[in-house]
Design a protein. Structure first.
Length: 221
């Protein structure tokens, strides 16, 4: 099967399966709140982050409030999200950097976003796509797993997975692709016991056909 047809099938099937797929972190219209949620989401479920921030933002409504927070107190308040000591410092230091260097606005360049404490490429790409509509591929554990099972990458390294997806997926599909891969990874293509028998992608999926498909890369040859 030709590579272009495989990609087209994957994209159309995902759109049919998850037409309303979007970022699963709450977005209340405040760009800074989304950034805080993204930092908190590392090794934590988005559901838990959304629950926690409902009360967290009542105490710390904005950037200035977080910039003046006590790291040890904030850490205890976000303990349930894991990595709480590092995350509390990242949120406080990022708030201070945004106020001092970016006039209290979320920057719109990848380089500036990655300069913020606690903000790596995944979060930077998320912010670019969600806030500014800049095409970017957000690679989390779900996205990486689905991409590899489909034969779109052979790597487990997020940076390599991102490059591989950017090379084969049309640019105007990058933002929605990430959301749909996450949705698929949660609903059907789970880490354990994936529901291949119920999946519309099984005919073009290396993982579902691995007994006879050979190497992942052969799907795109």
């Amino acid at each position: 099967m030709q590579a272009q047809h495989i990609i087209a099938t994957i994209l159309s099937s995902l759109e049919k399966m998850y037409p309303q797929a979007e970022c699963s972190l709450d977005n209340d219209g405040d760009p800074f709140h989304l950034l805080v949620r993204a930092i908190l989401s590392a090794q934590c479920t988005d559901k838990r982050v959304n629950e926690l921030t409902q009360t967290l933002f009542m105490k710390y409504p904005g950037m200035k409030d977080f910039s003046a927070a006590d790291a040890s107190i904030l850490g205890e308040e976000i303990r349930s999200c894991g990595l709480f000591r590092a995350k509390s410092k990242s949120i406080i230091f990022s708030s201070q950097a945004l106020l001092e260097k970016f006039d209290g606005s979320i920057p719109s360049s990848l380089e500036d976003l990655e300069s913020l404490p606690g903000v790596g490429r995944k979060i930077a790409n998320l912010m670019l796509g969600e806030l500014y509509g800049v095409p970017a591929v957000v690679v989390d554990t779900h996205c990486a797993r689905v991409a590899k099972r489909l034969g779109l990458t052979e790597s487990d390294n997020p940076a390599t997975v991102e490059r591989d997806l950017m090379a084969c997926i049309p640019k105007d599909k990058w933002i929605t692709l990430g959301h749909r891969f996450v949705a698929h990874g949660r609903v059907l293509c789970t880490a354990r016991n994936p529901g291949c028998i119920s999946c519309e992608l099984r005919e073009v999926c290396f993982y579902a056909k691995q007994s006879s498909a050979g190497k992942p890369s052969e799907l795109l040859n």
